[in-house]
Design a protein around this ligand. Structure first.
Ligand SMILES: [Zn+2]
Length: 159
């Protein structure tokens, strides 16, 4: 009989998860940064998009005014991996997670009001998919709102 086998303890698992909480340089963030960099995209890391607003984005594309937040599934209440509580016939986010979610929504609103585009990436999202979304947003922001250039005149067919 194997007495060294660890008993399953969900509370211990949760505690470990909470202790390992890191808001910066998470694996998801690092993987995404590496991929964006390899695609030739340049960004600032952990900066305030707006100096007067005390919110720090994980990635900031300042000329395009695109801010990226990589949200951890647990603390930001991912619908698939967040930890909800069952109370009175309804699922609730625990208070701390609910506060984070409200703050996230508020950050998005405030930045959007200042002309920024906010992209939220879940920790569980494939870095390739996130990088595609970011790349598409940057391309769209870069393309001028000016009228399209006149198409080149077709060559006159030889008589
Ligand atoms: Zn998730």
């Amino acid at each position: 009989m194997d007495r060294s086998r660890q008993p399953f303890a969900s509370s211990a698992a949760v505690r470990t998860k909470m202790q390992r909480q890191r808001s910066r340089d998470t694996a998801a963030e690092v993987a995404l940064r590496r991929l964006l960099h390899s695609r030739g995209l340049r960004y600032r890391v952990h900066q305030r998009p707006l100096p007067e607003l005390r919110r720090i984005a994980d990635l900031v594309f300042r000329p395009a005014r695109v801010a990226v937040f990589v949200d951890g599934c647990f603390w930001h209440g991912c619908p698939d991996h967040g930890q909800r509580e069952y109370r009175v016939n309804t699922w609730y986010w625990p208070e701390k997670i609910e506060r984070n979610r409200r703050r996230d929504a508020e950050t998005t609103t405030l930045l959007a009001a200042a002309g920024w585009q906010v992209i939220r990436v879940w920790e569980h999202e494939r870095p390739e998919d996130a990088a595609d979304r970011i790349g598409a947003a940057l391309a769209a922001r870069r393309s001028p709102a000016a009228p399209p250039r006149t198409p080149p005149t077709p060559p006159t067919p030889a008589q």
